[in-house]
Design a protein around this ligand. Structure first.
Ligand code: ARG
Length: 462
């Protein structure tokens, strides 16, 4: 039996209902890829024009016309005016349709030596490169403000806790510095993912190359990638696993933010009162007039689960796939984009919260009950030669006798490197400066390459 509702698409006839099923969420995800698709197409067309083929596939002036139209599409895309229709199936066919409508045969030629498989792969790598460089910047910005706060509060005593119980004298500065360092570690993971992503898959076509001498190095250089992916089949197979690597790296950043969020929620409840969250970050209750709820922090914590789950989802999607393109890969776009959006949004929100925190040093000091100094007292006894176990037993058997001490003096005695009395913030700042300058120069080189390709200032497009 023949299905009744056949829809003609550019690349085949499909039952209408099933067309919608196969397109799935692509109309949304692909609308995010309009710019990347145009940029990838521009580089492909320039590369084609330079091949030693007579007559040239594109002349210089034809390249110019194609790029002008691609720029118009990019501007429409930014203004929300570029529509991908169901019949297009995806952004790739929508851009090609527009080029063909405006430029006729020039539009019909752009797909020479290319498949949607390497096209979507390059779109996603361009998208990920831009988003990861912004994410790296966002993390660097947050680390910078955590280090500023670490310095500012390095002599602000705070009770250190284990099992949430009061444990040892510490400082608020150590709390800030520890999360700065955790995020510096996570920056290394993001950088590794960025570098893996920074390879150009174009020229792979459907995964097996084409019977033409495409210049894969040239197209990679035009797009500002570090190099082409080595083999054409890997260029296609890498999809999904690469998204998993990116989401894993972002998930680790989210794990840091999630724990920070939990601490900040705890430290700011009235019973603690160590910190006060900026007013504009607290919501009220519809029934209890006194409430200041830390919803933003709670959502950062909850959405961490989405990013971690997205990483698992894309890896599960590619686990067991045969090599070569499979339509399954389409389903990795949504978790990638959702993960990027959550991570960047959470970083921005957390940076603003950190910048706006109010600290109540009296409340912090007020939490120092004398028994927080019990271990200090036991260690003091060992200085006279008493074995630690003996000192421990003595202090424990007479806990009420442990006297309150000056918290700041107790902190200052913790002088080994990285301890509250010796945070070595300059080392952390040095790590931050190094990665920051790497991010900055990489981003500038990327944008410069795209500007040169398009003949405009990038990202302004002017
Ligand atoms: N929407 C597809 C994806 O994201 C684009 C590639 C389609 N290729 C194909 N052979 N059907 O994977």
């Amino acid at each position: 039996m023949r299905a009744g509702n056949i829809r003609r698409t550019v690349v085949g006839d499909v039952d209408g209902e099933l067309l919608a099923f196969t397109v799935g969420n692509d109309l949304q995800t692909d609308s995010v890829l309009v710019e990347a698709d145009c940029i990838g197409t521009a580089a492909h067309v320039v590369m084609l024009s330079r091949l030693a083929i007579q007559p040239h596939i594109f002349t210089q002036s034809e390249v110019h016309r194609v790029i002008q139209e691609l720029l118009a599409i990019m501007r429409d895309g930014r203004a929300g005016r570029f529509r991908i229709r169901l019949r297009d199936q995806d952004v790739h066919m929508a851009v090609e349709r527009r080029l063909t409508r405006k430029l006729g045969d020039l539009g019909r030629r752009v797909h020479t030596g290319r498949s949607r498989n390497d096209q979507v792969a390059v779109d996603l790598r361009l998208y990920s490169k831009e988003q990861m460089s912004r994410c790296l910047e966002d993390v660097c910005g947050l680390v910078g403000s955590l280090l500023d706060s670490a310095r500012r509060y390095r002599r602000t005593p705070m009770v250190g806790r284990t099992h949430m119980q009061p444990a040892m004298p510490s400082t608020l500065g150590l709390w800030f510095a520890a999360f700065a360092e955790e995020l510096l570690d996570d920056l290394a993971g993001l950088r590794a993912a960025y570098e893996l992503n920074d390879q150009c898959p174009l020229g792979a076509a459907a995964g097996y190359g084409v019977p033409m001498g495409l210049d894969r190095k040239l197209v990679s250089d035009l797009l500002g990638f570090s190099r082409p992916v080595g083999t054409v089949l890997h260029a296609i197979n890498a999809r999904g696993k690469l998204e998993g690597t990116i989401l894993d790296a972002m998930g680790r950043v989210m794990l840091a933010l999630s724990r920070m969020a939990s601490d900040l929620i705890l430290f700011s409840i009235p019973e603690f009162g160590y910190l006060r969250l900026p007013d504009e970050f607290c919501t009220g209750s519809s029934i209890m007039p006194q409430k200041r709820n830390p919803d933003v922090l709670e959502l950062i914590r909850a959405r961490t689960a989405n990013v971690l789950a997205g990483a698992l989802q894309v890896k599960e999607t590619v686990r067991g796939l045969p090599s070569g393109y499979q339509r399954d890969l389409q389903e990795t776009k949504e978790p990638l984009m959702r993960g990027v959006e959550i991570t960047r949004g959470s970083l921005r929100a957390m940076s603003r919260i950190i910048a706006g925190l109010e600290v109540d040093a009296d409340a912090l000091r007020g939490a120092f009950r004398p028994d927080v100094f019990a271990a200090d007292e036991a260690l003091r006894l060992t200085a006279g030669g008493m074995p630690f176990r003996e000192a421990y037993r003595r202090v424990r058997s007479d806990l009420e006798k442990v006297a309150a001490r000056d918290a700041l003096a107790a902190v200052a005695q913790r002088s080994s490197s990285g301890a509250p009395g010796n945070l070595r913030l300059a080392d952390l700042r040095g790590r931050l400066n190094r990665i920051e300058s790497w991010v900055k120069s990489g981003r500038a080189a990327f944008h410069k390459a795209l500007g040169r390709l398009l003949g405009v200032e990038y990202p302004e497009l002017s």
